[in-house]
Design a binder for this molecule. Structure first.
Ligand code: FAD
Ligand code: NAP
Length: 554
């Protein structure tokens, strides 16, 4: 096999949680690597999403790297759910501590990546016209990194200020005394609205679909609590790796299915989960609520009652109660004071189902027959999830195959890690892996470590080239859909299904099999010589036995 000389062993695209750890791992393996990052600094999600109120929905002691026990012991989280500035400081600290910045080129957008068959290299083109080459290419471009600007007539003619939550200005926004419209009531809207409402003259919330929301129950972390966590940190992390959601500190699993629990008992249990707070409170709640809409409805009833208990105006409370999709079919939103915000005099809720936005005028928003004059519009309208950032890059594999064309009917991957026809190209937390259904740092670390192990095994065996077998990719893609099919995830117009982006194929993208099961599959494949992959033109077939891995106990 003829191989050209490359600038680097590996080019990594993106410097969020995934890209930073990938770079560190590659250095540990003795490989030369370069990270290309569009932003001016590290942080990814936490660099871009600086909107007021942004914070994590998984406890920070778990929404953080586990790869370095020293880092784990020295970093002081100040709150149970850290705010965006604190998470960004953490990632900046990681970059400094492991001296990562010297191999990262910031303010560099990757425009294209082309596989060169004769040289067996990736040619990666930047928006500045530069071309770099590498034997391997890793896309750690993020699942929620391509913000969705809605197509609303007149939006660009608005005379005031317009901000997307996912592209928030670094200097912040002066809301003092302003009239503000917030469009969108997913997690980003729900986190930002209470904070914005405290600063402004008036905020008008434009809601198309209400969300199911659980309280963060955020608080300062006591030194004694942190010390206790640190003592058992290694064990905690190991446990998390084998759970469904990548979280070990959540409330205990429910002892019985929701449908078999007497109503009083169910309410008591959900009260406890509500008091526990955050996603951790509800991740282990009643597995039947993920497959049976009637079970989901019992939990939904509870959450709606909570809304009615907080929001004083009954009509507003009803508008805030989701009724058109099952609970858990979208990632639960985690709030701090969201519903109580609607008890303020300066907050108004507009139901877009009764009064659709007709256009944005130079002075405000025309919804139904009413013009809402505003100074600022905040677009909390979400992301082109999982495939959005990859789709903006012109990625060409063998025979000039475009990834966008190959995925035109939906993403096709083996394990969410690789796609056939794109040799030596990896995706971190790609479609077909647990990814956005989990604590994403747990899932990112698992992918980085698996890729690292693979590259090390290949180097040891003198191997240079890997890609999935088409049959393996077919089996995996079918499996990802098959396990999602019976779940309530299929019953919502969610971004998991691409339903929030006009024209996007409706395919369930993440893998619902759970973090622990998925890890067991990946580990079993690695231990067995990577069946399903072609390595240097050869590969174990072993596809008939493939799904025996799925039956392996967690
Ligand atoms: P990202 O952090 O998205 O980083 C990707 C990087 O790639 C970005 O810096 C981007 O600029 C860069 N990039 C993309 N395209 C290009 C290109 N063409 N050229 C160069 N660079 C490029 N998950 C959780 O588990 N818990 C949470 O609490 C949580 N909270 C979240 C809150 C918000 C507001 C959002 C939007 C997401 C949240 N997530 C959460 C998901 C979050 O995205 C992940 O947890 C994690 O931060 C992803 O890290 P990443 O490195 O994979 O991707
Ligand atoms: P989202 O969940 O997709 O919510 C977008 C909101 O905008 C929805 O209410 C949507 O309404 C609305 N919308 C979109 N286009 C619209 C239009 N043209 N007119 C009116 N309304 C419109 O996006 P997100 O809130 O940014 O959250 C995305 C994901 O990021 C979350 O699920 C989570 O995984 C992650 N996140 C996590 C946190 C956290 O708590 N740590 C915070 C933010 C984000 P419809 O539902 O009707 O389409």
């Amino acid at each position: 096999m003829r191989m050209g000389k490359s600038d680097f062993d590996v080019i990594v695209v993106g410097a969020g949680f995934a890209g930073l750890y990938m770079l560190h791992k590659l250095r540990q393996l003795g490989l030369s690597a370069c990270v290309l990052e569009k932003a001016g600094d590290v942080g990814g999600t936490w660099y871009w999403n600086r909107y007021p109120g942004a914070r994590c929905d998984i406890e920070s002691v778990e929404y953080s790297y586990s790869f370095s026990p020293e880092l784990e012991q020295e970093w002081q989280w100040t709150e149970r759910y850290a705010s965006q500035p604190e998470i960004l400081r953490y990632l900046q600290h990681v970059a400094d501590r492991f001296d990562l910045r010297r191999d990262i080129r910031f303010s560099t957008t990757v425009a294209g990546a082309r596989w060169d068959e004769s040289g067996q290299l990736w040619h990666v083109a930047t928006d500045g016209g530069e071309e770099l080459t590498a034997r391997f290419c890793v896309f750690s471009t993020g699942c929620l990194s391509s913000p969705n600007k809605p197509q609303i007539e007149g939006l660009d003619s608005f005379g005031g200020e317009t901000y997307l939550t996912g592209l928030w200005p670094h200097e912040g926004v002066d809301f003092n005394g302003k009239r503000v419209a917030v469009i969108g009531t997913g997690s980003s809207g729900i986190q930002s609205i209470p904070v914005i409402a405290r600063q402004v003259d008036r905020v008008t919330v434009f809601q198309r679909t209400p969300s199911f929301v659980v309280p963060a129950q955020n608080r300062a972390l006591e030194a004694s609590e942190l010390a206790e966590i640190r003592q058992g940190y290694r064990q905690l992390r190991e446990e998390a790796r084998h759970t469904v959601g990548g979280v070990a500190r959540g409330a205990a699993p429910s002892p019985r299915p929701a449908l078999e629990t007497p109503p009083d008992e169910l309410r008591r249990e959900l009260d406890e989960r509500w008091e526990f707070g955050g996603l951790g409170g509800f991740l282990n709640s009643h597995p039947d609520s993920f497959i049976d809409a009637r079970a989901a409805e019992r939990i939904a009833d509870y959450l709606r009652d909570r809304v009615r208990g907080i929001v004083k105006d009954p009509a507003t409370a009803e508008l805030l109660c989701p009724t058109t999709y099952p609970v858990n079919s979208k990632r639960l939103c985690v709030d701090t004071g969201y519903f109580d915000t609607f008890n303020r005099d300066n907050v108004e809720l507009v139901d877009l189902n009764a009064n659709p936005i007709r256009q944005v005028t130079p002075n405000g928003v025309l919804a139904g027959d009413h013009v809402y004059d505003v100074d600022i519009i905040v677009l909390a309208t979400g992301f082109d999830a999982m495939t959005g950032s990859l789709g903006k890059i012109d990625i060409r594999g063998r025979d000039n195959l475009a990834l966008a064309d190959k995925w035109s009917a939906g993403p096709r991957t083996y394990l969410g890690l690789m796609s056939g026809g794109f040799p030596n190209m990896f995706i971190i937390t790609g479609p077909g892996s647990p990814s956005v259904l989990s604590n994403m740092v747990t899932s990112i670390e698992q992918h980085v470590e698996w890729i690292g192990q693979l590259l090390s095994d290949m180097a040891e065996r003198g191997q240079a080239l890997i890609e999935p077998r088409p049959e393996a990719e077919d089996v995996w893609t079918t499996h990802v859909t098959a396990v999602a099919e019976p779940t309530i995830f299929m019953q919502a117009d969610s971004w998991y299904l691409g339903a929030n982006v006009p024209g996007k194929p409706r395919v369930f993208m993440p893998y619902v099999g759970g973090v622990g099961t998925y890890r067991a599959i990946c580990d079993a494949l690695a231990a067995d010589g990577y069946p399903g992959f072609v390595i240097d033109g050869q590969g174990k077939t072993a596809l008939p036995d493939f799904f025996s891995f799925l039956r392996a106990p967690e």
